[in-house]
Design a protein. Structure first.
Length: 512
């Protein structure tokens, strides 16, 4: 119950906030801001989902159903964009093509005009960036499904005389719907929750509007009520992801056969490599090189990154440990009775809730708690804007990562091993230390790594709940990009990308 409390508190506070609506603030929001932000959120969510579905499915089909030189390298490169947070990708490309950039100056010198360069400060530009940042979710899920079922279906369709393209569309694509639905739902949730990228691009969405209402209008109740609307959209998407994952899991044990990919000739292989390069270069390689160049130019400021690095390691490490402990408790409780399963589902809702929503909801609860304590003569207790607030927010947001890791580890515990140790006279603590923990260690290590990186990259919760002067790497990037200091943001952004490479490679190994 303690593990499920942060997410439950956030959900309850969002509902409770409607007990005291602010008519003046809401009139201003309805007349000037709400409809535009809602329209932009829906447009970005649907557009990025479509773009990621097309890119991810096409990439998975190429590497699973085709054989060409360099396929193993391409498989790894296609996962690399997961390592780059969307807000980092947005700021790098904005600095590269926006007004005052070297590319725009070169275009004016060579062609006399830079009007032909695309503008990223539009919903279409944001859709392109979010599609590049999130397509790997679809790619990984569809790729895993193709490895289990794609060979039989593709060969059966080819035996009917269909071309490779028609064989994929008619024979393979219908079987990919569960994995595709789960991947698209993840992309839609990520796009709906995105705060840093759209804030850098200057596009008003619901998540940005929640932040502006809190910090600009100083109206925490109205921000909490706005956050509840964002939560409603997220909860409407969660069943789609669960249903897709459930149907995909039901087919996991389908009959497998040796994959016989379509052998491509030199010209077709070159075309495939060109297509992959057109995707991976703008999504990861060029931004990473740009960040490295900027970081080298500002190497005199590297010593100043020690404090943000220490703050990131402290917050992400403590939160990851709490996430693993909560995940173990919830995974074990779910095996006891229906109440435990319900608690696990409630706690897991936080993963589908945008970070902005959780931050506002927890702030609403913590401020109310501080006022209640002050009313009883207990003053000086700082709950809001504290490390405790950040830890609660990160725990509510990513406890599902810990549950997944614990579930994977517990499934490896065979009762026969524990019974054998017991028959040899081993006590319960000794059985836990010598039998169970070694079996749990691989899953828990992977879960800790993934939770650590997710917490380190999380921007809204850390930005909105941190104490004054407490800057993590993500906050450092946001503060620098908000002021247009692109080069100063490069080194912390590059460190976040290097951290993100670890779970990206681990995810690729797991889906093989």
């Amino acid at each position: 119950m303690l593990a499920a409390t942060p997410a439950l508190l956030a959900l309850v506070s969002l509902c409770w906030s409607w007990a005291s609506p602010d008519p003046q603030t809401w009139d201003h929001l309805r007349q000037h801001l709400l409809l535009g932000a809602l329209g932009n959120s829906l447009l970005l969510m649907l557009g990025s989902a479509l773009g990621a579905a097309v890119l991810g499915t096409a990439a998975a089909a190429l590497v699973c159903l085709c054989e060409f030189r360099g396929r193993r390298v391409v498989e790894i490169l296609l996962v690399m964009p997961l390592a780059m947070p969307a807000y980092v990708l947005a700021y790098v490309w904005l600095a590269s093509v926006d007004v005052g950039s070297p590319l725009r100056a070169f275009a004016i010198q060579t062609t006399g005009s830079a009007a032909w360069l695309p503008s990223l400060r539009t919903p279409l530009g944001a859709i392109a960036l979010l599609s590049m940042a999130n397509y790997a979710y679809v790619y990984l899920l569809v790729r895993a499904r193709l490895h289990t079922q794609g060979s039989n279906l593709f060969e059966a369709a080819r035996s009917q005389g269909l071309s490779p393209l028609l064989a994929f569309v008619r024979g393979v694509l219908p079987a990919l719907r569960p994995a595709l639905a789960a991947g698209v739902a993840l992309v839609m949730l990520e796009s709906l929750a995105e705060f840093g990228a759209v804030s850098v691009l200057g596009i008003d969405t619901l998540s940005v509007l929640v932040y502006r209402t809190w910090y600009g209008l100083h109206a925490l109740p109205a921000a909490t009520q706005l956050a509840s609307l964002l939560l409603l959209l997220a909860l409407l998407l969660a069943p789609l992801e669960r249903a897709g994952r459930g149907r995909a899991d039901a087919r996991e044990n389908a009959q497998r056969s040796a994959l016989r990919p379509l052998l491509l000739g030199p010209a077709a292989s070159a075309a495939v490599l060109l297509l992959v390069a057109l995707l991976v270069l703008p999504a990861f390689v060029l931004p990473a090189l740009r960040l490295a160049g900027w970081a080298l130019q500002t190497r005199a400021e590297w010593p100043r990154l020690f404090a943000p690095m220490l703050a990131t390691a402290w917050v992400a490490g403590a939160a990851a440990l709490a996430i693993l402990a909560a995940g173990l408790a919830l995974a074990a409780a779910a095996r006891l009775d229906r109440i435990g399963r319900s608690l696990r589902q409630i706690a897991g809702l936080g993963y589908a809730v945008p970070g902005v929503v959780l931050a506002v909801a927890l702030m609403f609860v913590l401020v109310a708690t501080e006022r209640a304590l002050a009313a009883h003569g207990i003053v000086g207790v700082a709950l809001s804007s504290s490390l405790l607030a950040i830890a609660l927010g990160l725990l509510a947001r990513f406890v599902r990562v810990g549950v997944a890791a614990a579930d994977s580890g517990i499934s490896a515990l065979r009762p026969a091993l524990d019974e054998a140790a017991r028959s040899l006279g081993a006590s319960r603590p000794r059985r836990i230390l010598r039998v169970q923990l070694p079996l749990l260690r691989p899953a828990l290590t992977g879960g800790f790594l993934l939770a650590f990186v997710e917490c380190a990259k999380e921007l809204p919760i850390t930005l909105m709940l941190r104490p004054f002067g407490f800057d993590t790497l993500a906050v450092k990037v946001y503060n620098a990009t908000s002021e247009g200091l692109w080069q100063q943001a490069a080194a912390p952004a590059l460190l976040l990308c290097l951290l993100g490479l670890l779970p990206a490679i681990a995810l690729l190994r797991r889906t093989r």
